[in-house]
Design a protein around this ligand. Sequence first.
Ligand code: UT7
Length: 331
Amino acid sequence: MKRPVACIAGTGRGIPAHVMTNYDFAAIGIETSHEWIVERSGIHERHIAKSETACSLGSEAARQAMQRAGVDAGQIDVIVVSTATPDRLLPATAVDIQAELGASRAAAFDISAACSGWLYALTVAEGMMASGVGETFLVIAAEKMSAITDWTDRSTCVLFGDGAGAVVLKRSQGKHASQGILSAYMRSDGTLADLLYRPNGGATTPFSAEVLADRSHYVKMSGREVFKHAVRSMADACDRALDGAKMTGADIDLLIPHQANIRIIEATAKHASIPMDKVYVNVDRYGNTSSASIPIALDEVIESGRVHEGSRILMVAFGAGFTWASMVVRL
Ligand code: UT7
């Protein structure tokens, strides 16, 4: 496949109104402190969905992205949604968004690759465009992590937040011929799945009074182990995406890493020889929004003018599965 095939024509984000700070955990009986959370993760606050859903957040992000791309819902060929927190187990959240937007001629499906899911979704969409399936794609990540968080487990509940991000993907042609995805890389290692997972509530052990009582439908994470793998895999993924684009860290205008932990972000940037003033960080304001973290960040940096047409962006993610992925994009 000769790249670039697909370019980012517009971005958007959907953020729940309610902000929960580190100080708010005391009110729900969690023994923690602002200092501990900031020192270990870099998180100060996160947005928590009250009335919002993965569908409403994803639709809001999609509407903004379509407006900025100058396309309307009727022009969308395919909607790909990355989510680890679908509103319902069946059907896909993507079809709820398709209905909400009135994207009457769009195919719609979800992708489940946890925090790496949005980069997976972009890569799948790019491949579909290359094979001629469509010309205009919505690639969305919509996460309501608060719904699968155990609010009695201090080792995980302080980490996550809710939100959505979206892009419109169009063909790299005409005056946009040099813009788009320059390289993409994806990997997984399912032998380590139990380090970050929801043990029950799926088809093997469906919801039951027992599952609810032992809280085994919530996210469990071996934080320290995940941390080590995240640092190693994100470093490797940066190398692969840079190699694929025939670039080094010096060629990158901005690194947008998955926002799980400031220490992982700093280690990733150091490995890629990218100084922190070229790294976007918003984990302090959103916590870990799983696969939504990169598209939310991308929308913020475009909106603020920190990047512009021609900017070269390296994106890299790691999450449950394990899965990891990276991409170099020229805006
Ligand atoms: O997005 C998908 C990928 N996810 C990640 O990348 C997350 C990766 N992991 C991490 O970010 C970090 O491991 C955490 C932020 C989750 C934890 O940081 P850590 O430095 O690895 O701490 P730890 O889990 O080793 O815990 C250290 C101590 C423990 O006490 P002891 O056993 O040393 O006495 C915990 O009980 O901190 C304690 N602790 C807390 N203390 C205050 C755990 N959670 C809390 C808390 N407040 N919320």
